[in-house]
Ligand binder design. Sequence first.
Ligand SMILES: NC(=O)C1=CN([C@@H]2O[C@H](COP(=O)(O)OP(=O)(O)OC[C@H]3O[C@@H](n4cnc5c(N)ncnc54)[C@H](OP(=O)(O)O)[C@@H]3O)[C@@H](O)[C@H]2O)C=CC1
Ligand SMILES: O=C1O[C@H](COP(=O)(O)O)[C@@H](O)[C@H](O)[C@H]1O
Length: 512
Amino acid sequence: MSDIENPFQETLISRHRAEPCTVVIFGATGDLTHRKLIPALYNLAAGGDLPPQFKVVGFARRDKADDEFRTELEESNKKNSRQGHDAALWANFGQSIHYHRSEFQDLEGYKALKVLLDEFDKERGAAANRLFYLASAPEFFDEIMLMLRESGLNEGPSGKWARVVCEKPFGKDLKSARHLNEVVSQTFHESDTYRIDHYLGKETAQNIMVMRFANHIFEPLWNNLFIEQVQITCAENLGMEGGRGGYYDTAGALRDMVQNHLFQLLSLVAMEPPTGLGADAVRDEKVKVIRSLRKWRGVDEVAKNVIRAQYTAGSVDGVERVGYRQEDRVNPKSMTESYVALRLFIDTWRWQGVPFYMRVGKQLPKKATEISIHFKQPPQVPFATGELGGSRNVLVFRIQPDEGISLRMMSKLPGVQLLLQPVKMDFRYSTSFGKASPEAYERLLLDAMAGDATLFARRDEVEHAWSFIDEIEHAWHNDGPQPPMCEYPAGSWGPKEADQLLQENNRVWRRL
Ligand SMILES: NC(=O)C1=CN([C@@H]2O[C@H](COP(=O)(O)OP(=O)(O)OC[C@H]3O[C@@H](n4cnc5c(N)ncnc54)[C@H](OP(=O)(O)O)[C@@H]3O)[C@@H](O)[C@H]2O)C=CC1
Ligand SMILES: O=C1O[C@H](COP(=O)(O)O)[C@@H](O)[C@H](O)[C@H]1O
């Protein structure tokens, strides 16, 4: 019997049950709702994971009837649903969707929303819980929170919960993140606040903890005695498509990806074993990692350890691309980085002296996110191993695409001679489980409805991450001399300075 057929499997995995609720999406006519949120809810419905008498209310300012809204969403679902689109299923699911027209700033609109939600409760014959999803630009968060308070919607009906999900970006620096946290905490309790980071919803990101803590073979080696370096790469082959330049040019790779997604991956790799799987037990350990990051302060330290760069014209997948500064809605004199590489150290007993290298960028040759754990060379190798590092073991978590985990090992080449060759033990989700993984938003929406905040960022995690990022941003944007803005042609693997960051210590980026 294979492990997959193990009848005890269900006892090892707690299956989430969403509690009956109405989800209100602020910004429901936007791109996120069309491409991610509604397809995620539809796929949950297809899997029978939505609670009974479930409802969605879309909140936005354009005038629209329920049916018009449903038809628009159905068209998007056809394009974006992971499991395809089933007309009969949609006919049923679509009836749970409603539209509510209002400005974010208009208290009357929220009072009318309350009346609508109360009517739904009457139809159901019982009050339902309420999940408010802020799929709006963050500059509206203050007003939406204020209006939720003023209208009393933040309280939820008697005996029922009201929770809030906040989309990224959660601030642009420590000051703005603290302000947002203050505003949110005046409206919702921290335990009812879900700051989304969709990387935590990715199946392979969740598997990092399982691989580390449900197997005995890795953890004894998971420290500076055996690990030589760790690399995290998040490459994208896209640029500023879909009008993203306007937002991106105010953020850059460090704020857009490192502060949130990459630090979340880092903390899963580097955390101590949690005492349980409760949200706070896990997040307590994750936050310790972020707090222990050695801060790079001042221009010299930042220049030595952090490389920023912008892409110049080039070609990706055979298609010509303009340079970053020529992109639509990007300032032609922009000093915003489309690529960043960092050398990080975690000042804990476990990780003393182990460098963690990270790189993330737009317009790279392919889309790929992976974490590689590079083990030290055996203390004495009685074989000729050829190239430098030839006998090193490397454990790779492929976060996306081709999700899986591989281990590079040395093996004897078949034959009469004693020749060595690296081989790969490879676990692939697609072949091992034979079914597609859910989209990150499916898992995260379900968790928010089930009251499990483990895969959401806690207030202190977000603030510690920003306090690390702020030092770098200050060095980059101070009025005096600044670390250089490097360049790389679109379609290359980044600037040569990022290679030099590793070459200084006789290392190279793993080839993806
Ligand atoms: N799109 C994506 O893939 C991702 C987005 N995000 C984040 O999600 C959030 C939303 O992004 P996205 O969907 O792309 O944004 P869009 O610009 O596509 O949508 C904005 C939404 O806000 C509504 N809106 C704007 N102003 C008001 C107002 N004054 N009163 C009422 N409604 C208003 C719009 O309504 P109307 O149409 O009626 O004007 C629309 O529904 C952002 O914070 C973004 O950073 C995060 C990760 C990925
Ligand atoms: O949050 C963001 O993530 C996407 C990358 O997400 P992925 O799931 O496709 O890896 C990135 O393109 C975007 O700039 C950023 O805001």
